[in-house]
Design a protein around this ligand. Structure first.
Ligand code: PAP
Length: 315
């Protein structure tokens, strides 16, 4: 088969017990690479589509809940009687279901899936780097929301998540020092992290009406302001503060992690419990794990990579 022939030619490294393939400077699991290539060949964006893009573990699940809620007229406005929770799709579905992934769900299950049944506006998410996006996503009027996070916290979240995934399959956890060395060399799924962020950052500076760039730390610090900016970008500004607060509450970590669907469900595409998408959700979690040497090393890499870009995590 064409894709397995291609894989044989690509440089590969081991990451959390699996092979990662280097395609055009970014790393992928084999099935995600084939799916991303299929999406790039067959996916046709509509102008009304909304894409959520991110490197792994940067707060995507928060946005996977917020964007569908902002776009849903049934739940974004507080009813006069105040009690409209029964209409909330988040009660029945993990946020992954509300914003399906191009490469981990749709095009992995089928290289040319029939998406005609999706209601408009279609909401999608992806972890692929900017150059790997389907051309019609880059060139149509569809909107892209990108979320990133301070790299030390991103690494910690990734380490916890991946170890949960592999230990569920009976594989020993990967020691933090090995996983850290790999992250610093850019060897992780959809990495290198810094190149991923820079690709979307530069594009968002050129086309702010096309790409809305967000940081997890800003969302934590000023959620109301950030949510209103996001809603305006999506063409759905909030008129009342109470609606902003309602949406923030509906999509809060505290609420989502305690919902039945998220406590007991399993992600069918990855075979990992939905509970693992909701952990501590704090800024500075890295301080409980990093040595001084680790901190200095990753901060230096970040400073060097982002130098002159105007991007930073100065919180
Ligand atoms: P993904 O790439 O697999 O989709 P992603 O959602 O980007 O994962 O990252 C998970 C992180 O977001 C977790 O952070 P932590 O490991 O540092 O705790 C998770 O706790 C956090 N998270 C998930 N949902 C929310 C939410 N509603 N609000 C704030 N943080 C959240």
């Amino acid at each position: 088969m064409e894709s397995s022939f291609l894989l044989d030619q690509l440089p590969k490294e081991t990451w959390f017990g699996s092979d990662l393939y280097n395609w055009d400077g970014f790393r992928y699991r084999s099935h995600h690479l084939s799916a991303a290539m299929a999406a790039s060949s067959y996916f046709k964006a509509n102008d009304s589509d909304v894409f959520l893009a991110s490197s792994m573990k940067t707060g995507t699940t928060w946005l996977k809940a917020l964007i569908p809620t902002i776009m849903n007229p049934d739940v974004r406005i507080t009813n006069d009687d105040g009690d409209d929770d029964d209409d909330d799709p988040l009660l029945k579905h993990h946020p992954n279901v509300l914003m399906p992934s191009l490469e981990v769900q749709l095009f992995m299950a089928n290289p040319n899936p029939d998406l005609s049944g999706m209601s408009s506006p279609r909401l999608f998410r992806t972890h692929v780097p900017f150059p790997m996006l389907p051309e019609s996503v880059k060139n149509s009027a569809c909107k892209i929301v990108y979320i990133t996070r301070e790299p030390k916290d991103t690494f910690m979240s990734l380490w916890h998540f991946m170890n949960s995934a592999i230990t569920a399959r009976g594989i020993d956890p990967w020691p933090i020092d090995e996983a850290f060395g790999s992250f610093c060399r850019g060897i992780h799924a959809f990495g290198p992290f810094h190149d991923h962020v820079l690709g979307y950052w530069k594009e968002s500076r050129k086309r702010p009406e096309k790409i809305h760039f967000m940081r997890y730390e800003d969302m934590k610090k000023e959620p109301r302001e950030e949510l209103q900016k996001l809603a305006c970008f999506l063409g759905k500004p909030f008129e009342r503060d109470e609606d902003v607060d309602k949406v923030l509450w509906r999509c809060s970590l505290e609420r989502l992690k305690n919902l039945e669907v998220n406590r007991h469900g399993v992600d069918p595409s990855l075979g990992i419990g939905y509970e693992h998408y909701f952990r501590r959700g704090i800024v500075g979690d890295w301080k409980s794990y990093f040595t001084d040497e680790m901190q200095q090393k990753l901060d230096l890499i970040t400073a060097m990579k982002f130098e002159g870009s105007g991007l930073g995590f100065g919180h």
